[in-house]
Design a protein around this ligand. Structure first.
Ligand SMILES: N[C@@H](CCC(=O)N[C@@H](CS)C(=O)NCC(=O)O)C(=O)O
Length: 203
């Protein structure tokens, strides 16, 4: 399998954490692919018209995107405990958590893009910051349930988003006002799959 990959992308990291958790990382050939919202990647768009990573190309040429679809595909390649639960109620919670983590990442990518513009929009910055604070408050409320439930795709998405906050917004102290989720994030960071996929700014 070929994965359009970058050491900076939190969505790629999600996929690679899943691959490490499942013992599948050595079956993935990571191909460095540089994408940017303002520059369509024409060769990548032959495979994924959205011009986004992660994009997975299977050995028979089948193309899979986005991270949710790829993670679920990888989770179907083994017979162990699923990272995307099959039980209806556990699945609903895990997918909702995944949506929260992925949505949080979407805001953070937008916030970073907005800050880098010559004339950032104050309204956009304020709205994205308000949403970021709301997500952190929601995560703080959910910490107990998150810690008590089996590690899975929801934990991975949320952990990747919090780690991206540290990677790209390192001057923000989100921990002081959210001590519960900060503690949970420490346990996430200690996992071998998470340590094996530390982001690198190679720009
Ligand atoms: N919903 C997608 C989001 C993927 C995404 O936004 N990837 C970023 C890199 S972290 C990207 O490809 N950006 C390029 C662009 O927006 O054109 C997923 O879960 O895979």
């Amino acid at each position: 399998m070929k994965l359009h990959w970058s050491p900076r992308s939190p969505f790629v990291r999600k996929v690679m954490i899943v691959a490490h958790e499942l013992g599948l990382a050595n079956r993935i050939d990571c191909v460095r692919t540089v994408v940017a919202t303002a520059r369509p990647h024409l060769p990548l768009m032959e495979e994924n018209p959205l011009s986004k990573i992660p994009t997975l190309v299977l050995d028979d040429g089948t193309v899979l995107y986005d991270s949710r679809v790829i993670c679920e595909y990888l989770d179907g390649l083994h017979h162990g405990r699923r990272l995307v639960p099959q039980d209806f109620s556990e699945r609903r919670t895990a997918l909702r958590r995944q949506a929260l983590g992925d949505g949080f990442l979407d805001f953070l990518l937008l916030l970073r893009n907005e800050r880098e513009r010559a004339h950032p929009s104050d309204a956009h910055l304020a709205a994205l910051t308000a949403k970021q604070q709301a997500v952190l408050r929601a995560l703080e409320r959910e910490t107990g349930d998150l810690a008590a439930s089996d590690f899975g795709i929801g934990h991975i998405a949320i952990g990747c988003a919090l780690s991206y906050l540290d990677f790209r917004f390192g001057d923000e102290d989100w921990r002081t006002n959210h001590p519960g989720i900060a503690r949970w994030h420490e346990s996430f960071r200690a996992r071998p799959s998470v340590r094996a996929t530390e982001p690198i700014d190679d720009s």
